[in-house]
Design a protein around this ligand. Sequence first.
Ligand SMILES: Nc1ncnc2c1ncn2[C@@H]1O[C@H](COP(=O)(O)OP(=O)(O)OP(=O)(O)O)[C@@H](O)[C@H]1O
Length: 282
Amino acid sequence: MLKISLQKQLHGAIGKMNLDVNISISQGEFVALTGLSGSGKTTLLRSLAGLEKAQGTIEVENEIWQDTNIFLPVQKRKIGFVFQDYALFENMSVLENLLYVSKDKKLATHLLEITDLLTLKDRLPNTLSGGQKQRVSLCRAMMNRPKLLLMDEPLSALDPQMRIKLQNEILQLHKEFNTTTIMVSHDPSEIYKLSQRVIVLKDGKITDDGKAKDILLKTTGSAKFSFDGKLLDIIKVDVIYIAIIAIGQQIVEVTISSQEAENFKIGQDITVSTKAFAPWIK
Ligand SMILES: Nc1ncnc2c1ncn2[C@@H]1O[C@H](COP(=O)(O)OP(=O)(O)OP(=O)(O)O)[C@@H](O)[C@H]1O
């Protein structure tokens, strides 16, 4: 069991803001941490790792990492940390990056095998692709058999195919090592696929905590599909108005009322919601 009670005053975009979080996480649980930019996700992860000071207590499997008297330094906490920007040692080969954490060559080889990296073990990081580098940092994070794996948007810099490959590898590693994991992500499909529980942070406080299915399927009103996009243009065809909207990689046309055409501003962020009566699913 991981018990966290942390408080820290932050300087948010609109003034002072208190990070104030109380959570219990079961051993082996995979938790996705999500919420708007600036809500305190990275600060929470860094505080758990001991990279930043916050008030409160952290207890991991009956071991105190932090309370009023104790503050274990980062190297004494059994954590693995995966950052968005890989943070590999550039002058060390893939294998050396792993063995720097622990001399356990058997474990290193096993991790490299799971992540399809064994043939690259002697390469330097700057000769690898982004996806390969992130797989190396994931392996490195597992080398000290962490009690807690912290991942801060680990896949956000990768293209969709590589994201899926890494998601599968993260799932496989979690299945095998059963490491308690907290992963920051903004991607609903990733959160749904990987996590058993989602915690939503807003202005430093937890506003939602539950199963991915329940949290992510919360929609406004009776809308079933909801997509965020940018309004590119509004054109008038005979008597109807059509909004041209960029949603992800697609451009879609949506019929809108004359009043909406008057109120919307080109360039604004909008949400398109609709019910699905007979959708095509391919
Ligand atoms: N050490 C600090 N002292 C005071 N304020 C801080 C400190 N670190 C971060 N902040 C502020 O706290 C707020 C939360 O930052 P944080 O990076 O934790 O948010 P986040 O949810 O991870 O955002 P993002 O999704 O953009 O990465 C920000 O407004 C930031 O400027």
